[in-house]
Design a binder for this molecule. Structure first.
Ligand SMILES: [Ca+2]
Ligand SMILES: [Ca+2]
Ligand SMILES: [Ca+2]
Length: 137
């Protein structure tokens, strides 16, 4: 990632590296990420600062994953690996019609049930909120 070999990562170096991984981030986003871990405040990440950032992000991702798995298994009342609109209505305390509406787009098979990926899709706006609270990007 350290393209010019000066032992520190600049915002533009980070942006380039992220882009090569298929992640398009803006300069402002990278700066915000840097500012959280830039201990000596020089606007660059040295190895120690970079490592701290990666550990932070991995922990956040692991927590998020665990949270999603938990959410899914809590909603999957009969533990059959699928969440039906009835289960959603029950666990969220909403009407069956509302639950149907909620999973409509994610329910590609149209049987009123969604799997783990479908659940993430259906609750993506909710998950997005969780994500931005836990790991602001
Ligand atoms: Ca550099
Ligand atoms: Ca620094
Ligand atoms: Ca179920």
């Amino acid at each position: 990632m350290d393209a010019n070999g000066d032992d520190r990562i600049s915002v533009s170096e980070f942006k380039k590296a992220a882009k090569s991984l298929g992640q398009d981030v803006t300069t402002a986003e990278v700066k915000a990420m840097f500012s959280e871990v830039d201990d000596n405040g020089d606007g660059y990440l040295n190895y120690k600062e970079f490592e701290a950032m990666m550990v932070d992000r991995m922990e956040a991702a692991a927590m998020e994953d665990k949270y999603l798995q938990e959410m899914f298994s809590q909603m999957d009342l009969d533990k059959n690996g699928r969440v039906s609109y009835k289960e959603i209505a029950k666990t969220l305390g909403i009407s069956k019609e509302e639950a149907k509406e909620l999973i409509k787009e994610a329910d590609t098979s149209g049987d009123g049930k969604i799997n783990f990926e479908g659940t993430i899709y259906a609750f993506s706006s909710l998950i997005w909120e969780v994500r931005s609270v836990r790991s602001p990007l």
